[in-house]
Each structure stands twice: as C-alpha cells, then as structure tokens.
Design a protein around this ligand. Structure first.
Ligand code: TPP
Ligand code: MG
Length: 260
C-alpha cells in the first residue's frame, strides 16, 4: 500500500519493494496481490528463505511440508505456496526468479527494472541462521548445472550443459524432460522460451522440483498499461478546462445548519 501511494504521488520515482516470504505472502499477502493486480510500475523483490527469519525461525507460507520450527515442532503439515504462481494468478505481467548468490541475478533485476508495470522477482535466499542451505539441492555448485533451467526469451530451454531440455507433452498438456543427443535440441522437441506466453509461464513456475530442474530467469514479461498511467491520465482528463476551487466544491449542493 505504501509503495502504491509513493509511486502515485511521485510517478517519476523508481520504487522497489523489498519483502520476504512471510511479509509478502502472509502478513502482507493482500498488499502483494493488489499491487500486482493493479500493475503499479514498481519492482517487487520477494526474498524467499522459506522461514520467518527476523522473528526467529517460525515456519512461513513457503516452508516445505514437514519443516520443524518453533511453531511447528512436529513438522509443518500445510502445503507451501508458490510466490511466482501466486503473482501470475494475481495477474502479474513480469515474473522472474533467481537466487542470492547467482551471477545472473543482476541481469534479472535489470530486466525487472526495464519492465513497465509491476515486476515480480522471487529470490531464493539462504537464511544461514534458521534455514541453512535449504536451496543446496539446486544451488550447490556440483548440482547446479543439472538442476537449473534458465528461461531466456527466444532460446531453447536447455540444462545439464545442453544435454537435457524441457519439452511440451502434447497429449497431457504438461512439460517433460527430454534428452538432447549431439546438441540437436530441435529433434528432441525442446521448447523455445517465449516470455510472452502466459501458459508456458504457468507451467514453468509450477514444475515440481525433483523430476524437473528449478526454472529461473525471466519466465514471463508481457507489459500492459500501468495503474499510475491510467489513473493519472484519468485525473488529467477530469481537470481539463477546469480550475480548482476547493471552497466552491465544499459549498456545493446541500448544506445543513446544526441548531443548538
Ligand atoms: C503486520 C505485522 N505482523 C507481524 C509482524 C512481526 N514480524 C516482523 S518480521 C516477521 C517475519 C518476516 O518473515 P519474512 O517476510 O519471511 O522475512 P525474513 O525475516 O525471513 O527475511 C514478522 C511476523 C510485523 N512486523 N507486522
Ligand atoms: Mg523469510
């Protein structure tokens, strides 16, 4: 809500919202939904460490099932939310993912900044105190190549040093991992990433990690008019040819005299 107000009052400002998985998905979850839905031209960086860090390690809406924490001592039983799927569901027009120590994070942030409208970036973050090495299964050096697929507009969705790719299984309308032989990704049917394809964006952010690699990079980028351009344009139109006179406005219509 603050970011929306700041941007509307100062449309020339660059507004970056820095939030967490607890803050952005739970405590302030409805704010996240509406800034995205309205398409306020801001950058929203959701640092997802899958835990409430600041308040000392309670499980959060993104904590994996079975997470042991002070508020789930026997292991959490609820299903985690996917921030990118949530942002897409809220009508997001820019959805990206990266992680704290990735060398590709700056390019993702630059793309978010270049996008006109609400740009949502989920950044996996290692909380060394309360959720240490949680993302090692796809960020650790020995496994990174084989467990990350980077979405780059116009390029095939390849990973594992180009030996595997993501393809569409037409019969089930779902994604599948295919082997790429001798670099011939076309023969293997690997999808060429199209950042304006909303359906593929949904499939990529919902790919279950394990059988699939983690989808990272600019997954979706398809701008539409921003909230502030529409609202300020409407204001300007309403003001055209009129001079502001607050006194006149207040005295307009019915008035009452309160007796006594
Ligand atoms: C409305 C409101 N409720 C509760 C709190 C207390 N609080 C402060 S930080 C926090 C958890 C934040 O977790 P997350 O957003 O994941 O950030 P992290 O500390 O993990 O980076 C909570 C519950 C608050 N600040 N405001
Ligand atoms: Mg957190």
């Amino acid at each position: 809500a603050f970011a929306t107000g700041i941007k509307l009052a100062n449309p020339e400002l660059d507004v970056w919202v820095i939030t967490g998985d607890g803050d952005g998905m739970s405590i302030g979850g409805n704010h996240t939904m509406h800034i995205i839905r309205r398409n306020v031209n801001t950058q929203i960086l959701l640092f997802n460490n899958e835990i409430y860090g600041l308040t000392k390690g309670q499980y959060s809406p993104t904590s994996r099932e079975g997470t042991h924490s002070p508020t789930s001592p026997l292991g959490s039983v609820d299903h985690p939310a996917s921030p990118c799927a949530f942002a897409l569901g809220a009508g997001g027009r820019f959805i990206a993912r990266s992680y704290d120590v990735s060398k590709d994070l700056p390019s993702v942030l630059k793309a978010a900044h270049a996008h006109q409208g609400a740009a949502f970036v989920e950044i996996f973050q290692n909380c060394i105190v309360y959720n240490k090495d949680r993302f090692d299964d796809f960020t650790a050096k020995p496994v990174a190549d084989a467990s990350q697929v980077w979405a780059r507009n116009g390029e095939p969705l390849l990973f594992a040093k180009g030996t595997k790719g993501i393809a569409l299984d037409h019969a089930t309308l779902s994604l599948k991992v295919v082997d790429v032989v001798d670099g011939d990704w076309q023969a293997a049917g690997v999808l060429v990433h199209n950042a304006t394809n909303r359906t593929i964006a949904h499939l990529l952010v919902e790919m279950p990690f394990g059988p699939f690699p983690m989808a990272l990079g600019v997954i979706y980028d398809d701008p539409r008019p921003t909230f502030e351009s529409a609202l300020l344009g409407q204001d300007a139109k309403a003001r055209t040819g009129k001079s502001a006179d607050l006194g006149k406005l207040l005295a307009k219509g019915q008035t009452w005299t309160v007796a006594g």
